[in-house]
Design a protein around this ligand. Structure first.
Ligand code: KG4
Ligand code: ZN
Length: 345
């Protein structure tokens, strides 16, 4: 019921998240009460990407104290919780199972319903915690380490349609791979974002994937860009010349955000959708936020982007979807709920 509290649990990748939100009145937005995160990203850094086995173990170790800390931060009692929501996909199989098992245990112990939530819907719903109810339909650009999608949002509690996606690497994955090429560690997004600020985005003309006249209008491709960066850096090294890391970062980043924003604005315009939302870990990127704002303003579109702390994986965004689904009167998940690594939107 409106006013009651939902616990959300996230464990699809390398962040263990727990968040508490209040269920809205019909037509309203869930209210963030507090959330907590634990990350295993340091443990993956030397491998240049997430190691599933390490991530699963870290979730298992962090889960209970992360949930406890979320309650303390939110100033909420366990007896106030009326439902538990958990990411049930997409994500790493073993990592998902830790969160689903924990959520089932909490729901059973507190005798409250359990809602399995799609991680991608969670990223989009994160914005409602900051900016209120989303006008419908909206167009969401979801850019994370695992996904790059354009989604038409009819209703966050269920009506989400994919209208474009990456045909190879995700945008965040491209950041992480380029960081590995440059020896910058994992995750690559934040460090490239920072170094790009000191470089020249026009220094190197890297390719813009799938922007030819015959290319699928709303799909993305970043693997050619990653290869182009690798070749460019190798050629420099072979010639015995220094690699201008800041210029490579700035030029790579410009190629990514140019394509992301151009296709998003074109899709919104074509579909007659007036509100654009950018979500997912890459939405924390300073240049993406600035260029999206500039191009949405020029096209007369309203842009919404959550604050960086709500862009990356967290439990509050999962609780937000749980609250909206619960408010819609939908049935809870079955006790057979499991993790589905390839769960579609
Ligand atoms: O949404 P998220 O936390 O996890 C997934 O669901 O994948 O996204 C993580 C991704 C990583 O690839 C990371 O490098 C990227 O988001 N990222 C960024 C920035 N912060 C995180 N990419 C570009 N600029 C950033 N500031
Ligand atoms: Zn994510």
């Amino acid at each position: 019921p409106p006013g009651s509290i939902v616990l959300g649990i996230e464990s699809s990748c390398d962040e263990t998240g727990a968040g508490l939100v209040r269920v809205p009145e019909p037509g309203g937005a869930p209210q963030l009460l507090g959330h907590e995160l634990a990350s295993s990203s340091d443990q993956h850094a030397r491998f240049g990407g997430v190691v599933p086995e390490i991530a699963s173990r870290a979730h298992l170790e962090s889960m209970t104290h992360t949930v406890r800390s979320a309650f303390a931060k939110a100033g909420v009692q366990r007896s106030d919780v009326s439902a538990v929501a958990v990411t049930c996909g997409p994500g790493l199989a073993g990592a998902l199972l830790v969160g689903v098992a924990a959520a089932k245990a909490y729901a059973a112990a507190w005798d409250v319903p359990l809602y399995g939530v799609n991680h991608l819907a969670g990223h989009v719903a994160a914005d409602t915690l900051e900016h209120g109810p989303l006008p419908t339909p909206s167009l969401a650009l979801l850019v994370s380490g695992g996904h790059t999608q354009l989604l038409r949002i009819g209703d966050l509690a269920g009506d989400i349609t994919e209208i474009g996606t990456t045909i190879d690497d995700a945008a965040g994955e491209a950041y992480d791979k380029v960081a590995r090429i440059l020896g910058l560690g994992y995750p690559g997004g934040p460090v490239i974002d920072r170094l790009a600020g000191q470089g020249d985005p026009t220094a190197i003309a890297f390719p813009r994937g799938l922007t030819g006249p015959r290319d699928a209008r709303y799909d993305f491709s970043f693997s050619g860009l990653k290869t182009a960066v690798a070749r460019w850096v190798e050629a420099r090294q072979r010639a015995g010349e220094p690699v201008p890391v800041e210029d490579v970062c700035a030029s790579f980043q410009e190629a990514v955000v140019d394509v992301l924003t151009a296709k998003t604005v074109r899709a919104a315009t074509d579909l007659g959708i007036g509100t654009v939302l950018v979500a997912g870990g890459v939405a924390a990127n300073g240049r993406l936020r600035a260029l999206a704002q500039q191009r949405c303003d020029a096209a007369g579109l309203l842009l919404r982007v959550p604050r960086p702390g709500l862009c990356t994986d967290n439990g509050a965004m999962i609780a937000a979807v749980g609250a909206l689904v619960a408010a819609s009167g939908a049935a809870p998940s079955s006790p057979l709920l499991s993790g589905d690594p390839g769960l579609p939107v």
